[in-house]
Design a protein around this ligand. Structure first.
Ligand code: ZN
Length: 275
């Protein structure tokens, strides 16, 4: 199953290679926890500045990733993520924000998008779902952070509504990818979460979870985000979905749940690289 995953391991990062069939300029993927400088419990490629790791190690890790993806850290944009559904449109003026310190991060945004080249949009993850957005014909890229809260606030659908209503991009011209996250194999939630799932997904929400004990459910967050993208009007053939579980694959990923909160962060990245 993993061999067919749309996120293809290339050294210490996963890349959405299929999108290079649309444009050789798009660089999109997800880091692993391998190949960095941080010590336990952040061993080793921790890219989150907000987790009590040594700042100089995180900056060194960010520099390592910048060499792998071919974007200087001064071209990155980082956001203060708050498990909500606010999305910010960024431009060349925002480059460098949140990269070297948390203080000037893009404010309280769990989604970013841009039409500009040479910006790398980044968000941090440890189990939550990274959702990527790409319109080759409109030269648009975006990324969203969807934990259970962002998912039931339909941040994926919010990005689609922004792109179709504000930016006039037709649904058929939007391609999406759902990245590595905690799988239903490892993700047990309670009634509070399920009540919100039932509210946000109109068509058969119960197909995304299974009751495993009284008031305890295994939830498939990736599948729920796929169904929310379909609900927002994206054609099924425009959705790629990863099957990696961040909790099961402990050689590759940090996992907030598995590591009981003391762990590092992977980074989603997407950018148009032009010379
Ligand atoms: Zn798992």
């Amino acid at each position: 199953m993993l061999q067919k995953d749309p996120f293809v391991l290339d050294g210490n990062v996963l890349k959405i290679n299929k999108w290079n069939e649309f444009s050789k300029h798009v660089i999109a993927g997800f880091s692993t926890k391998r190949g960095g400088h941080s010590c336990a419990p952040y061993t080793s490629l921790n890219l989150g500045l907000h987790v009590d790791d040594k700042i100089e190690d995180v900056l060194s890790n960010r520099h390592t990733l910048s060499n792998i993806v071919g974007f200087n850290t001064s071209n990155w944009v980082c956001s203060n993520q708050v498990h909500d559904n606010k999305i910010t449109k960024v431009s060349l003026n925002d480059m460098g924000k949140g990269v070297y310190s948390l203080e000037n991060s893009i404010e309280d945004s769990d989604g970013l998008y841009t039409f500009d080249s040479n910006i790398l949009l980044t968000l941090c993850f440890a189990d939550c779902v990274p959702v990527y957005f790409f319109s080759p014909s409109y030269h648009a890229i975006g990324v969203a952070h969807a934990g259970w809260k962002g998912t039931v606030k339909d941040i994926a659908g919010e990005m689609i509504r922004l792109w179709t209503r504000n930016e006039k991009i037709p649904h058929s011209e939007i391609f999406t990818a759902i990245g590595p996250s905690i799988g239903s194999c490892c993700y047990i939630v309670d009634d509070r979460v399920i009540e919100n799932v039932n509210k946000v997904l109109v068509d058969h929400p119960e197909s995304t979870y299974k009751e495993v004990d009284i008031g305890q459910y295994s939830l498939n967050l990736n599948q729920l985000n796929e169904k929310l993208l379909l609900q927002s009007g994206i054609p099924k053939e425009n959705i790629l979905i990863s099957h990696y579980c961040t909790s099961c694959e402990d050689e590759l990923f940090f996992s907030h749940r598995r590591d009981k909160g003391h762990t590092g962060r992977m980074m989603s990245f997407i950018g148009f690289k032009e010379d």
